[in-house]
Design a protein around this ligand. Structure first.
Ligand code: PGA
Length: 236
C-alpha cells in the first residue's frame, strides 16, 4: 500500500523543511509513504527525510537528459538531488499544459531509464463519465502507456477521475474498485486512487481489493490529515 502526497504548487523550501521534519516523527502506520513537493523544494525534502523510509518524488520530468527546453527538468537532474520518483501525466498537466498520451509515454520512459519510480496518472472528466466514455478514455490512456512503455517494474498507475480532483466529490469505493479492476485488465501494475482522498474515506477506498494506495492532493498538505490517511490505509 503506497500513499503519495501530491503537493502541487504549495510549500516552498522553508515550509517543506518544517513539514518533513515533523513527518519524520509522525505515526504513519505501515504503508509506504512518498511526498511530491514542487521542484524548488525537493532538495530540502530529501535532506529533511534522509535516513527515513519516506520517499521524495517530483511532480513531472522531461524526456530528454538535457537540451534547449526552457522551464523543464530532466531525470538525471532529479537523480542527482536524491529524488526517488516522479508523477507523470497528472490531469492538471493534461488540462492546462498540453500534456498528451504521447508526451506522457516519453516522460515515463525517460524516468524509468534513469531509475526513477513513476506514478502515471489517468482518469476521465465529468463530461466523459456522463457520456458513458469512462472505459474508452481509460483504454486510450492506459493503452498508450502499455504500448509505449516496455519496462514496468517501477511503474504505478494513479486512477484520478478529473471530476473528483479538488472538488470534494470522491469516487465511491465501488466506482474506484470498478475502474481499478478495468485498468488492470489493460496493464497489470499497482493502481493508486486519487481525487478528494480524505481521512474519513481513505480506509474504505484502501479496503477495495484493487486499490493499492492513494495519491492525495489537498489533504496531504496538512500533517495531521496526511498522517491519519496513512494510518487509515494501514488498517485495510
Ligand atoms: P485532491 O487532488 O486530493 O486535492 O483531490 C488529488 C490529485 O490531484 O492528485
Amino acid at each position: 500500500m503506497l500513499i503519495a502526497g501530491n503537493w502541487k504548487m504549495f510549500k516552498g523550501p522553508a515550509e517543506t523543511g518544517e513539514f518533513c521534519r515533523a513527518l519524520r516523527e509522525a505515526d504513519l502506520g505501515t504503508v509506504d509513504v512518498v511526498v511530491c513537493p514542487p521542484y524548488v523544494s525537493l532538495a530540502e525534502a530529501v535532506t529533511a527525510l534522509a535516513t527515513t523510509e519516506i520517499g521524495v518524488a517530483a511532480q513531472n520530468v522531461h524526456w530528454a537528459d538535457d537540451g534547449a527546453f526552457t522551464g523543464e527538468i530532466s531525470a538525471p537532474m532529479l537523480r542527482e538531488l536524491g529524488v526517488y520518483g516522479t508523477i507523470v501525466g497528472h490531469s492538471e498537466r493534461r488540462q492546462y499544459f498540453g500534456e498528451t498520451d504521447d508526451t506522457v509515454v516519453r516522460r515515463i520512459n525517460a524516468a524509468l531509464e534513469h531509475g526513477l519510480q513513476v506514478i502515471a496518472c489517468v482518469g476521465e472528466t465529468e463530461a466523459e463519465r456522463e457520456a458513458g466514455e469512462t472505459e474508452a478514455v481509460l483504454r486510450r490512456q492506459v493503452g498508450a502507456i502499455r504500448d509505449g512503455v516496455a519496462e514496468r517494474d517501477e511503474l504505478v498507475i494513479a486512477y484520478e477521475p478529473v471530476w473528483a480532483i479538488g472538488t470534494g466529490k470522491t469516487a465511491t469505493p465501488e466506482i474506484a474498485q470498478e475502474a481499478h479492476a478495468f485498468v488492470k485488465t489493460i496493464l497489470d501494475v499497482p493502481v493508486l486512487y486519487g481525487g478528494s482522498v480524505k481521512p474519513d474515506n481513505a480506509g474504505a477506498l484502501a479496503a477495495q481489493p484493487d486499490v493499492d494506495g492513494a495519491l492525495v492532493g489537498g489533504a496531504s498538505l496538512d500533517l495531521k490529515s496526511f498522517a491519519t490517511i496513512c494510518r487509515e490505509a494501514s488498517h485495510s
